[in-house]
Write a protein that binds this ligand. Structure first.
Ligand code: AHR
Length: 496
């Protein structure tokens, strides 16, 4: 097959907001306990943080990590997780039917973010709690001192404020599974009021309101419209969540989910802008795609879990090669919308639907680690409008191109990077791109992630089954890039 990419260095979509490479740690399964925190592990430092895990996270260069949930936050009392550890209560976590020991909480998380070279995106409980609690936690975290909650933080050993800049107003409040779930008008009001009061405490914070918990939930659309109508002036971002699965073992259709994701983003942008127009506002509401990934491998296993254990193996999807292709495609899709998608969180980061897995004997990288690592590392700069002309196939999401591709220009480094997925399972694809505007640019590196087996996985024993390798299938001749994309593959073509 043959394809063409058309770019123009003056046709810029937007500067990439680095927070598009965010991730997520929830109190769920072994994400916290046995994931990032395991005091009894030989790999842990004096605070109990797994250093082997932090090292792998640092390589992903994740600028922001959403915490503490997810569904968990909708029943959480953050006060349970601060202060002397031997006084912290054991509680039921009704989101995941387990026991929460509270041995890791807000202050430990903030210490951990520094070691993992990241920043917090903190969620407040708008399920079982409300405006007052949202005010108190901002006061605890962000005020210098001289008030009850800021002095409490000092008493807990944290003299300086945590100064958390990004806050989520609850989680998936439209979902009937959510503790304290709400109708759209109910949520719109509480989000607006909680947001207003939180910004009274610290006007420098930014706020993310809950959009729909997926595109497929019945209330999608009207939910966004109502919530925005209530809370437009108080919030900065609206959230999107979406997980995909290949339950039907139909890989072309699975990979075509990028079409659905693209439409999802465009639809939410349209609703934000419709409300903007109705309200005659100048400010845009941007998007926070703060839960996205593949999630389905562990569904059956998780049905068998016993209630009220601590940190069980839960949502531990083992990712295969085709999952890595879709993860690359989803990241490319979000980058194409970099003008409005400013924040995104790969859900999640460690053990729970995650790129990083741990055991008592080490930590290793799942297949999806690699597209995330490469795109996070090389996808900084300006997204160029990237027009792909490639053959299409029919899918349940409509016509899907065999090619997902985006170009990122880094003017400071005089570099251009092309990320591309060839979704064709049997044919290679010749890709051309006119680069005469980029005089003298040559291919510096061509990396490819491919595997003959779509279901190949990485394990602790065999961690290197699916890894990117260098190849030399791209060349610039007379200003035109010619690259050969082998069947079922993800490519990073770096030009300088
Ligand atoms: O990421 C796992 C769960 O998926 C989160 O807790 C919830 O927000 C979503 O439904």
């Amino acid at each position: 097959k043959k394809s063409n990419l058309f770019i123009d260095k003056h046709f810029k979509v937007a500067e990439v907001d680095k927070r598009i490479y965010g991730s997520f740690i929830e109190h769920l399964g072994r994400a916290v306990y046995g994931g990032i925190y395991q005091p009894e592990s030989a790999f842990s430092d004096e605070q109990g943080f797994r250093t082997d895990v932090a090292k792998l996270i640092t390589r992903l260069d994740v600028p922001v990590v959403r915490y503490p949930g997810g569904n968990f936050v909708s029943g959480y009392h953050w006060e349970d997780g601060v202060g002397p550890k031997d006084e912290r209560p054991r509680k039921t976590d009704l989101a995941w039917n387990v026991i929460e020991t509270n041995q890791f909480g807000l202050n430990e998380f903030m210490d951990w973010t520094k070691k993992a070279n990241t920043e917090a995106m903190m969620a407040v409980n708008l399920g079982t709690r409300g405006v007052d609690d949202a005010k108190n936690i901002v006061e605890y975290c962000n005020l210098k001192g001289g008030t009850y909650y800021s002095d409490l933080r000092k008493k807990h050993g944290y003299q300086n404020p945590h100064d958390i800049k990004l806050w989520c107003l609850g989680n998936e409040m439209d979902g009937p599974w959510q503790m304290g779930h709400k109708t759209a008008p109910e949520y719109g009001r509480i989000a607006a009021e909680a947001g207003r009061i939180m910004k009274m405490v610290d006007p420098s914070i930014e706020l993310v309101a809950c959009g729909s918990s997926s595109l497929t939930i019945d209330t999608f659309g009207t939910w966004e419209d109502t919530v925005l109508s209530e809370a437009y002036d108080m919030i900065d971002y609206l959230s999107l969540h979406q997980y995909y699965g290949n339950q039907d073992n139909n890989t072309p259709d699975f990979l075509a989910n990028t079409v659905a994701m693209d439409e999802f983003i465009s639809s939410v942008v349209s609703i934000c802008d419709a409300v903007k127009a109705k309200k005659r506002r100048h400010k845009n509401i941007n998007l926070s795609f703060d839960e996205w990934n593949v999630w389905y491998h562990s569904h059956e296993q998780d049905q068998k879990l016993e209630r009220w254990c601590e940190a069980p193996h839960q949502l531990e999807d083992i990712y295969n090669f085709e999952d890595a292709l879709l993860v690359a495609g989803m990241m490319i899709t979000m980058l194409m919308h970099a003008d409005r998608v400013k924040i995104a969180c790969l859900a999640q980061l460690v053990n729970v639907i995650a790129p990083i897995m741990t055991s008592d004997t080490g930590a290793w990288k799942q297949t999806i680690y690699y597209p995330f690592e490469l795109i996070s590392r090389y996808g900084r700069g300006t997204v160029l409008g990237t027009l792909s002309d490639a053959p299409c196939y029919e899918s349940s999401h409509g016509d899907a191109s065999y090619l997902d591709a985006v170009c990122i220009m880094d003017e400071e480094q005089s570099a251009l990077t092309i990320f591309a997925v060839n979704k064709d399972l049997t044919d290679s694809m010749e890709l051309s791109c006119d680069l005469r505007q980029f005089e003298g640019y040559q291919v510096k590196e061509h990396l490819v992630l491919t595997n003959p087996d779509l279901k190949a996985v990485n394990t602790e024993e065999h961690p290197d089954c699916v890894v990117p390798v260098k190849t030399q299938n791209a060349k610039v001749t007379d200003g035109i890039l010619h690259a050969l994309l082998c069947d079922k593959s993800f490519h990073v073509i770096r030009l300088e």
